[in-house]
Design a protein around this ligand. Structure first.
Ligand code: HMG
Ligand code: MG
Length: 303
């Protein structure tokens, strides 16, 4: 227990990773209201939208309108996904705090998700990372399919280390290790994070776990024991990936916050307010709330 961090930073990815897969267009005003509610809970880092092709991901086509609609707080990081120079040029006028390039530990997934090989993706990121660093914009990187791939199956930790090295080499400042399809188990999660930690400092590594197989909290707990203190999570467990069939949402932020607070780890997040935000968006998109904690507390409130 002594190795667990005292504080954890949650990056709320519901507005992007969570909503990107919704078939029915979520009105911009609802996305903006969700982000405003999320920042009122104490969350200080939000993946707000993505600047990708609207033909590939129509749900994020209102990226600039979302960025213009939110009420900015100086202490909140607004992160946006950028796959290439075109995305970067569209993102910059909307003044994100941070950009995120996203690659993959699997060749097949790289092709399906961003239509190029791992090596080509890195080539595409080079001018984006360079421009962002020159402009003083922080650059995160995500590595999809770090624990398993829907097309290639098992992914070796060496692949994670390899892509981490490529990202580090081009100037990406932080790497998020993603279990895109939620197949990982705790030892596998530790091995993938350890691979990233062979390249990046512990302060520059995070975990991104989808909960498809119900392993996400166990994986977070395993990785906390390595000292990792940053995790992505999605309010109400929103989400899925358009290029990973059957993948469910990220681990629910409410569930992560409940577990962390139970472990005596600070998050700065008000769980009750977070549950309200999750209930709000679940109602708007007409989906059952994917957070076990939220459902338990909402039932208790109703009773
Ligand atoms: P492409 O077709 O190879 O790109 O797509 P292209 O350069 O050949 O351009 C084709 C067309 O797309 C052109 O338009 C471009 O202008 C346009 P046309 O001439 O046909 O009208 N285009 C763009 N439009 C808007 N914004 C852009 C952009 N780039 C080109 N940035 C591309 C390559 C990467 C754009 C495409 O494959 C794409 O958008 N993919 C979507 C990827 C995505 O958003 N996936 C989900 C997010 S990743 C994720 O969820 C994983 C993560 O959560 C971690 C995890 O869990 O694993 C982060
Ligand atoms: Mg994801």
């Amino acid at each position: 227990m002594s190795q667990l961090p005292e504080k954890v930073r949650i990056v709320e990815v519901g507005p992007r990773d969570g909503l990107q897969n919704e078939k029915t267009f979520v009105p911009t005003a609802v996305k903006v209201a969700l982000i405003d509610q999320l920042q009122a809970t104490g969350i200080r880092h939000i993946e707000t939208t993505s600047f990708v092709s609207p033909k590939w991901v129509p749900q994020m086509a209102d990226n600039a309108a979302v960025m213009a609609g939110i009420t900015r707080r100086k202490d909140v990081i607004y992160s946006v996904l950028v796959p290439n120079t075109k995305g970067y040029e569209a993102a910059i006028p909307t003044t994100p705090t941070e950009i995120e390039v996203f690659g993959s530990a699997s060749e097949a997934f790289s092709q399906k998700n961003i239509n190029c090989s791992i090596a080509e993706s890195i080539e595409r990121f080079i001018p984006v990372v360079q421009a962002a660093r020159e402009a003083g914009i922080y650059v995160r990187g995500a590595i999809s399919c770090s624990l398993g791939c829907p097309y290639e199956g098992d992914i070796a930790p060496e692949k994670v280390a390899y892509v981490s090295r490529l990202m580090k080499h081009i100037g990406v400042q932080h790497v998020g290790i993603a279990d895109t399809i939620g197949v990982g188990t705790p030892r596998k999660a530790q091995a993938a994070l350890e691979a990233a930690l062979s390249v990046y400092d512990i302060a520059d590594v995070s975990g991104h776990f989808h909960d498809t197989y119900g392993q996400a909290l166990a994986n977070i707990y395993a990785v906390l024991q390595l000292g990792v203190s940053q995790f992505d999570a999605s309010v109400a467990g929103l989400g899925g990936c358009p290029y990973a069939k059957g993948a469910t949402g990220n681990v629910a932020t409410e569930d992560v916050v409940y577990m962390l607070h139970g472990l005596g780890i600070e998050t700065g997040i008000d769980l009750d307010a977070l549950i309200d935000a999750g209930a709000f968006i679940s109602q708007h998109i007409g989906r059952p709330n994917g957070s076990r904690v939220a459902n338990a507390i909402l039932a208790k409130r109703a009773g």
